[in-house]
Design a protein around this ligand. Structure first.
Ligand code: ATP
Ligand code: MG
Length: 402
């Protein structure tokens, strides 16, 4: 026998309990986002590399180290999507929707990043996310955040999660801040990590997101954006906070939240748990007013977030249960199953060769009912107490609902 084939490093199969948890997260998000008026979009899992390289920032970790980029057979540079926002904005433009606003988008599916795999960190992982395209008012930011909070509550995991909120200001605030940062970090350039020395040249704000320990010490004493905000940016941030209060979403302001991608302005936020160690960010996002224009569309402001499904699934305290099927065994199993399924009753035909094995199978599935279906008639067996009785096909739904 040739050696068994292995999955690619950082990928995993989602089977059994994992699958039940994964689906529960997706279905909960689908339900709650729909309550807020979001509609699901599906965009391709690979795009022209420029969709990401042009927008995420050439010094962001994702673009410099994590993208799955390759030439396809036609010689085009293709990238497996590392995140969802760029693709949604590309789709907004492609589908001529930049004039049909607002658009409220929900998406879910696989994302790809070449990272060092560890608990809660994979190379193929999955996200749920929303984008609210059109309005540039803090109320929209607050509602998007409230929707995320609602999902965490519905999943029953909100208790140990804290919302951190910050502002990155408007363009003018950021320009002022950048000047202050360059001044500060240039004075300490010798102590910066190599990556951050490059960031200082290309995009000094990005240094704030560095995970290097030496950098972190310098960052702790660096100027903060709040000293450089324009009155309009201050106003936006204050309105966001009072809107969050109105939605009943608890939060703490945290000036260290800067987000890893270049396209954010004004609002940046992260829902963080202490339960997953260093992989503590479970849902994160921000405002990205310049992104659509950067991709060649009419300027359309936007606000959104994404959450890792694997991390949310790990936090679920119980595995969502599904109803076990009714098991049908015997010569007339097919018409019996046909009838039950037409009545919306979950039914499985037992393919075991004898009744004993069929009942074993029923047990493993946690079934409560088995039906022995033969030309002479139907016998309904209660697997909990072993009792059985002869029944008619039409009376089955009534019996089974007991
Ligand atoms: P981190 O700081 O943990 O690397 P990030 O800032 O790169 O997170 P985002 O780009 O904001 O993450 O993605 C949003 C969410 O997607 C994260 O909060 C996390 O739950 C999830 N996520 C990101 N990268 C991975 C990964 N490699 N494996 C599993 N989940 C991930
Ligand atoms: Mg990351």
């Amino acid at each position: 026998m040739p050696p068994a084939l292995q999955p690619v490093r950082g990928t995993r199969d989602i089977i059994g309990e994992d699958s039940a948890r994964h689906n529960h997260v997706v279905e909960t998000a689908r339900k709650i986002t729909s309550l807020y008026g979001f509609s699901e979009w599906q965009t391709p899992i690979f795009e022209d590399t420029k969709v990401f390289s042009r927008t995420l920032g050439e010094t962001s970790d994702v673009v410099t180290k994590e993208m799955y980029t390759f030439k396809d057979r036609g010689g085009d540079s293709i990238t497996l999507r590392p995140e969802g926002t760029a693709g949604v904005c590309r789709a907004l433009i492609t589908n001529g929707l930049t004039q049909t606003l607002p658009q409220k988008v929900f998406y879910q599916g696989p994302m790809f990043r070449y990272e060092r795999p560890q608990k809660g960190r994979y190379r193929q992982f999955h996200q749920i996310g929303i984008e609210f395209l059109g309005p540039a008012i803090p109320l929209a930011d607050a509602e998007v955040i409230a929707c995320g909070w609602h999902i965490l509550n519905e999943l029953g995991i909100a208790e140990n999660i804290v919302l951190n909120v910050n502002t990155l200001g408007d363009t003018e605030s950021r320009d002022n801040y950048r000047t202050a940062l360059v001044e500060y970090f240039s004075d300490h350039a010798a102590s910066l990590s190599d990556d951050s020395k490059i960031r200082l040249e290309k995009n000094p704000l990005r240094i704030l997101d560095s995970k290097d320990e030496g950098d972190r010490k310098l960052i702790a004493l660096a100027p903060i954006i709040h000293e450089h905000l324009t009155p309009a940016a201050v106003d936006f941030y204050e309105n966001l906070q009072s809107a969050l209060d109105s939605f009943g979403v608890p939060f703490i302001p945290n000036p260290n939240i800067v987000r890893g991608l270049d396209y954010y302005n004004h609002t940046a936020f992260e829902f963080v748990t202490i339960a997953l160690g260093a992989q503590g960010t479970v849902l994160a996002g921000g405002r990205y007013d310049g992104l659509v224009e950067q991709m060649g569309g009419r300027p359309v402001p936007g606000i959104g977030w994404a959450a890792g499904i694997e991390r949310l699934a790990m936090l679920l305290t119980s595995t969502p249960t599904t109803q076990p099927p009714v098991i049908v065994f015997g010569d007339t199993a097919i018409p019996t199953a046909n009838y039950l399924r037409s009545q919306n009753i979950k039914t499985e035909i037992a393919f075991q060769s004898n009744l004993k094995n069929a009942l074993k199978h029923a047990n493993r599935l946690g079934a409560k009912w088995a039906i022995l279906a033969n030309l002479e008639g139907l016998i309904l067996k209660n697997l909990d107490d072993g009792s059985q009785s002869e029944v008619t096909l039409e009376s089955l739904p009534t019996h089974l609902s007991k």
